[in-house]
Design a protein around this ligand. Structure first.
Ligand code: NAP
Length: 264
């Protein structure tokens, strides 16, 4: 018996649609499982923010995910609630493709420990409050340039349509395995030198961020919109994770059709 896990946000509409989806899968002889590790399909009812919550609550599950959009932007969400029956039929007949999406990984080094964070959309490295930050930026073992300014945003292709887009970054087809690194309000004058242009970093390469001494104390690391503040960071290494998540696509619409539909 195939198993399905149903996740939803707390809006009235999402709760209602999730309950309808549950009934439809039960009638189609699926087991509704409470154990996400053990299922054939994850159904995510809500918007893109709900997918981000699912990712962080369940440590980026790699099982196939189908998104049902309940009135949000829903860039990741493939199915509209009016089309639940068509969704069920197509899923059962196997008429879909699975699109893998890269995840970004940050390793944050302190003198006596290292912690790891993951993000589906992006990492933003900023100062505390409105203070500018001062960093050295490197790629793998090579120093590239200094940075002073608001911060650095490091986006996956999935995140290219989110904060990155609002900051004027490039929209990236999810079939490309890269990270987009962009300076946020760089200060480039006689007092400070800064990286001023974006960088595209291929798979396996690492972006290295070294806080300057004056700034070592407080850096804010924002992953998919959630901020954590850290003191005494020695080094941050950002790269694509080996793990990918898998979103189900039912239509022939390409990434660019979605961009046109949602943004242009
Ligand atoms: P939120 O403040 O509730 O919503 C942020 C908006 O971003 C929602 O409309 C959401 O879509 C949309 N969104 C999220 N991921 C997206 C993606 N990959 N492509 C296109 N749109 C996307 O916060 P949230 O829902 O938890 O999302 C956190 C994200 O907000 C962060 O990862 C960051 O990318 C983004 N953000 C954007 C700005 C900006 O544009 N100036 C500033 C800060 C953060 P739904 O309506 O479908 O949920």
């Amino acid at each position: 018996m195939k198993k399905v896990f149903i996740y939803h946000n707390n809006s009235t509409k999402s709760i209602e649609i999730a309950s309808e989806v549950k009934k439809k899968f039960a009638v189609a002889d699926f087991e509704i499982s409470e154990n996400i590790a053990d299922v054939d399909l994850i159904v995510n009812v809500g918007g893109d923010g709900t997918l981000l919550s699912l990712m962080h609550e369940f440590d980026f599950p790699t099982k196939a995910i189908a998104g049902i959009n309940t009135g949000h932007l829903g860039f990741f969400q493939e199915v509209s609630p009016e089309n639940l029956d068509i969704f069920m039929e197509k899923y059962i007949r196997g008429e879909y493709i699975v699109q893998p999406y890269n995840i970004a990984k940050a390793e944050i080094y302190f003198s006596n420990k290292k912690i790891e964070l993951r993000a589906l959309n992006e990492f933003v490295i900023r100062g505390k409050g409105t203070r500018p930050i001062h960093l050295d930026i490197g790629i793998n073992e090579s120093f590239i340039e200094k940075f002073s300014g608001d911060g650095i945003i490091v986006s996956t292709p999935a995140g290219s349509t989110a904060y990155n887009y609002a900051l004027g970054g490039a929209l990236v087809d999810p079939r490309l395995n890269l990270l987009q690194v962009a300076p946020m309000a760089p200060m480039n004058n006689t007092a400070y030198r800064s990286l001023t242009s974006s960088i595209l970093l291929p798979h396996k390469d690492k972006l290295i961020i070294l806080p300057s001494d004056t700034n070592k104390e407080e850096l804010s690391i924002i992953f998919d919109g959630t901020a954590r503040e850290f003191k005494d960071i020695e080094k941050i290494s950002l790269t694509l994770s080996r793990r990918k998540i898998n979103l189900i696509r039912f239509n022939d619409t390409t990434f660019w059709d979605k961009v046109k539909e949602k943004f242009l």
